[in-house]
Design a binder for this molecule. Structure first.
Ligand code: GLP
Length: 261
């Protein structure tokens, strides 16, 4: 796990965005895992500019979202179908068929989850997965207690997540759906590489547990310690609780001294 700490959320997003843009440039048929939430928005904006200003070609990529609420119509403004369309598909000029989001508004969300996991496999697997982190350490909607080997499935949202996300539902926690379909932790760990983006003091505790705590379902993101290629882009505030921050900074500062770098 490489931890790259930037002074501001904007610089963290630019560094992460450059990494994602580079991955697309290196593989025009990249299968990209996209996340919702406010954290990855700077990455999406960075890539949009690369497309518009530098001609980055995204016509051959495929995107898979991490999760979706159960029971929200796809045209509900807070459904992740709509959010991904508004933040990725539209701004990047992708065709709708290039972008997949789990079906949360069906009569059988459990089957939809199985189908989604299979669709990712059929696409050859995710090459690069973008993830944010919840204040309670969730990735996707894998709440504390999630099995570290879990596949895409239905989960019940934690009350803290429903409280956190109430801001998107006019502050009404009861308007936030109770269930979701989310890629499992095992599904996320299958990705070729993972880019984590987080900022702000509200994420500092989750980030320290993810990077330096025990691998435990108590902090689902800590499972990323088991993945060989994880890049963590955070700002100073999100790094506040890290014990080995000086070491991470030293590693970044000396990265170009490695022969072949
Ligand atoms: C939601 C999403 C997660 C996201 C989290 C954090 O719960 N399911 O994928 O990481 O929110 O959101 P934010 O980046 O807005 O803090």
């Amino acid at each position: 796990m490489d931890v790259v700490i930037s002074p501001t959320p904007v610089s963290a997003a630019s560094q992460a965005g450059a990494k994602v843009a580079e991955a697309i440039a290196n593989n025009p048929r990249l299968v990209l895992g996209v996340a919702t939430g406010s954290s990855p928005l700077g990455i999406y904006e960075y890539v949009r500019r690369e497309i518009e200003e530098n001609g980055l070609d995204v016509s051959g990529i495929t995107c898979f979202a991490l999760d979706e609420y159960v029971g929200l119509p796809e045209d509900h403004p807070e459904s992740y179908h709509r959010v991904v369309a508004a933040t990725v598909t539209g701004p990047w000029g992708l065709k709708p068929e290039q972008v997949h989001v789990p079906a949360g508004n069906t009569g059988d969300p459990r089957q939809a989850a199985l189908d989604y996991d299979q669709a990712i496999k059929d696409a050859g697997g995710v090459d690069l997965q973008i993830v944010g982190i919840g204040g309670n350490g969730h990735i996707g909607f894998n709440e504390p207690g999630s099995s570290l080997g879990s596949r895409t499935r239905v989960k019940t949202l934690h009350p803290r997540t429903r409280e956190d996300n109430a801001r998107f539902f006019d502050g009404d926690m009861n308007a936030v759906p109770i269930h979701c379909v989310t890629q499992g932790i095992g599904t996320i760990l299958d990705a070729g590489s993972v880019v984590m983006i987080a900022s702000g003091e509200a994420k500092a505790d989750a980030i320290s547990k993810m990077v330096e705590g025990a691998v435990s379902s108590n902090c689902p993101a800590s499972a990323l310690q088991l993945h060989p290629h994880v890049l963590v882009y955070i700002d100073d505030a999100a790094a506040a609780d890290l014990q080995h921050r000086d070491y991470y900074d030293f590693a970044v500062a000396n990265a170009d001294k490695l022969p072949g770098a």
